[in-house]
Design a binder for this molecule. Structure first.
Ligand SMILES: Cc1cc2nc3c(=O)[nH]c(=O)nc-3n(C[C@H](O)[C@H](O)[C@H](O)COP(=O)(O)OP(=O)(O)OC[C@H]3O[C@@H](n4cnc5c(N)ncnc54)[C@H](O)[C@@H]3O)c2cc1C
Length: 460
């Protein structure tokens, strides 16, 4: 690299996390140390799925990287740190379901349509034609670029050559694998570690035994079908039942209600999901699965015109996300189950922490290799345990929400059984405890990595 030149960072994948990393790097790169190439396999950005939860923690990062004003109009309520309901928990697998417990935290959960979130991020990309952001780190966006391999130029430490399907190869100094749960970068990265056999089981995600039915309900339809339905006015509700639950919250300023209905798939005990991960299903399948549930649940199902079924997969807990100039982030590193609505948030934390380290005052232009190795070591030290903890918390929360968690005296009950109030309250208090991370301060981890960068000379 020529002295004084910017280091070139290639981001593979323009999902929420890859976009957030580009925006964060530009916002923090005040000394203009970097240039970005953002490579996306698809020919246009289409965001699948409907709603997404954004937490006070996420918001604090979004604020720091300049997205606050853009996103405010799309949240379901004005973001502040008032103590609010995250979701009301009801016993739902009975005809006459009932309220059990309100999960609260500072700030509640902010709900946003994924498309609005993604559009906000794209508007803040530092593209040359952008008039929305100040450009510290110029970004070139390459659609239709599906990465199939990367190789080293000469030595182990040399520049990295990226190989794309049907496109010319490109070079870079640092690779960010933000290419989602099926990540090609992850598979290549793991197969090049000194002990690749040990990491084979992390190449592919694992089916959790759960499926999620998803759909959007229009407020108008619900008002007509079930006037006064509590989902019309509530910030978020979960109808719990043995082995299945239904969660819902408003998106797009309340125009729609996002519904996710999770169930254990007992028809398949092979542990392996065969066929596509996402299929369209009939309303009858949903009615059948949630037979016997509260009539409010049935009314919601009635309003889901085109439900889809998703096989819920996650990654086993990987113990390394980075080595030298390759970094995995978001679902590529730690795809987790959706019960806490945390996957994207943890990915945005990866993006923020890495952008903070790369742009730290102690890094040079261009970045020297010893520094990048140190950054990679700290990235693993801080983010691997954090994401692993979050992923375990999501598994536990799923078990609590579908009333199968061990240690809460739930074993003896079947779908639709009456369960003592005390047992339910104890179970749901644990759900609340599992959500306290959502209002923690992301700057603590930033300070931690910066202290390490300043004080530590790396592994010996
Ligand atoms: C039902 C459900 C509900 C959820 N709810 C929430 C929630 O409320 N809050 C929350 O924080 N999280 C939630 N999540 C998790 C969240 O959706 C994911 O964690 C997040 O979207 C991951 O973002 P990503 O950018 O890492 O990956 P992705 O969104 O998968 O993006 C990866 C991108 O990389 C591209 N790509 C893939 N391969 C290549 C390649 N070889 N070359 C170039 N580009 C490539 C893809 O086309 C894609 O654009 C939920 C998940 C599910 C399933």
């Amino acid at each position: 690299m020529v002295q004084g030149e910017r280091s070139h960072i290639a981001i593979i994948g323009a999902g929420i996390v890859g976009l957030a990393f580009a925006v964060a790097l530009n916002a923090l790169d005040k000394e203009h140390k970097f240039a970005i190439d953002l490579y996306e396999a698809t020919s246009e950005l289409v965001e699948i799925g409907a709603g997404i939860n954004v937490w006070p923690l996420t918001l604090s990062i979004l604020k720091e990287i300049g997205l606050y004003e853009t996103l405010i109009p799309f949240f379901d309520h004005y973001p502040d740190l008032e103590r609010r309901i995250v979701c009301g928990l009801r016993k739902g697998d009975e005809k006459n379901g009932f309220h059990v417990y309100d999960v609260m935290n500072e700030g509640g959960g902010l709900r946003i349509h994924r498309a609005d979130f993604q559009r906000g991020l794209v508007q803040h990309l530092p593209l040359s034609e952008s008039n929305k952001v100040h450009i510290n780190t110029p970004c070139t966006f390459h659609l239709n670029h599906c990465l199939i391999d990367y190789t080293r130029d000469g030595s182990e430490d040399g520049r990295i050559k990226l190989h794309f399907d049907g496109k010319p190869s490109k070079e870079c100094d640092v690779v960010i694998g933000a290419d989602g749960i099926h990540s090609t970068v992850r598979q290549l990265f793991l197969s090049r570690l000194p002990n690749p056999k040990r990491y084979e089981k992390y190449h592919k995600p694992v089916w959790s035994g759960l499926v999620a039915y998803r759909g959007l309900v229009s407020r108008e339809d619900l008002e007509e079908t079930y006037p006064g339905h509590r989902a019309l006015t509530h910030p978020g509700l979960i109808y719990t039942g043995k082995t299945r639950y239904v969660t819902m919250y408003p998106v797009s300023g309340g125009k729609f209600i996002n519904v996710v209905a999770v169930t254990r798939d007992t028809s398949n005990n092979t542990g392996v999901w065969e066929g596509p991960w996402k299929v369209e299903v009939t309303q009858e399948e949903l009615f059948h699965t949630y037979q016997g549930f509260d009539e409010e649940v049935m009314a919601l199902i009635h309003c889901i015109k085109r439900p889809t079924k998703w096989a819920l997969h996650a990654l086993d807990h990987l113990d390394i996300y980075s080595k030298q100039q390759v970094f995995l982030m978001g679902d590529a590193a730690h795809a987790m189950l959706p019960h806490l609505g945390a996957g994207a948030t943890v990915g945005i934390e990866d993006a923020y922490i890495l952008a903070s380290m790369l742009t730290h005052q102690s890094t040079s232009r261009p970045l020297d290799l010893e520094k990048i190795k140190l950054i990679s070591t700290i990235y693993n030290m801080v983010l691997v345990p954090h994401a692993t903890h979050m992923s375990k918390l999501t598994i536990e929360t799923g078990d609590l929400l579908d009333l199968t968690a061990p240690g809460f005296d739930l074993e003896r009950y079947k779908l639709g059984d009456k369960i003592p109030m005390e047992t339910l309250v104890n179970t749901f208090r644990q759900v609340e405890r599992n959500w306290t991370w959502s209002s923690s301060d992301p700057k603590e981890d930033r300070r931690k990595v910066e202290n390490l960068l300043e004080s530590w000379n790396g592994p010996t």
